[in-house]
Design a protein. Structure first.
Length: 177
């Protein structure tokens, strides 16, 4: 019973934070959020990864690390999403409509947040001078998913932690080689 009470309090806190973040969403914020969210759809990761190979005289370490990290993250993400089966805010909250249509039914963990933080972690490892840019961008993607109404804040936090963990596993696997 105490677990249920904790879950309800966490859900209440998550819902309150969701409403606070969405309360002042102006159209310019929504436009920026849509752009940020779209930048996390996956194409940019591939372009940047291929560019690192070409620009660094065919050094493939960054590319291979990202590939391994995504190969780990994607199945874990899908398994978690289908175990947790948390409904999205627009399905759970009365009279709330999202600003975009999500690609799937459930919201935890956030795949966009997971991928963005995974990529930011790998970028930061190989190019430490880009750490602020990488994590600012990843945070923007996570926040955009909440502002667009397709995730609760905790969905994006769990997604970010998943992405960081998978990146660290891949980085450490290549360090052992």
């Amino acid at each position: 019973m105490s677990g249920l009470i904790k879950d309800n309090k966490l859900q209440q806190l998550d819902t309150q934070l969701f409403y606070q973040l969405n309360r002042n969403s102006k159209s310019s914020i929504i436009k920026l959020s849509k752009w940020l969210s779209k930048s996390g759809d996956g194409y940019l990761y591939l372009v940047i990864s291929i560019a690192t190979v070409l620009l660094q005289e065919y050094d493939t370490r960054f590319f291979k690390t990202a590939l391994l990290a995504f190969a780990i993250e994607l199945p874990v993400y899908l398994i978690l999403k289908n175990i947790v089966k948390r409904h999205r805010p627009f399905d759970k909250l009365a009279s709330y409509q999202s600003h975009i249509a999500p690609s799937d039914k459930f919201s935890m963990p956030s795949g966009h947040s997971g991928a963005a933080f995974l990529f930011a972690t790998i970028v930061s490892f190989y190019y430490p001078e880009l750490i602020m840019l990488a994590y600012t961008w990843a945070t923007g993607i996570a926040l955009s998913r909440v502002l667009l109404g397709v995730h609760f804040p905790s969905d994006t936090v769990i997604g970010a932690l998943l992405g960081i963990a998978c990146a660290e596993v891949a980085i450490n696997a290549f360090l052992l080689l």
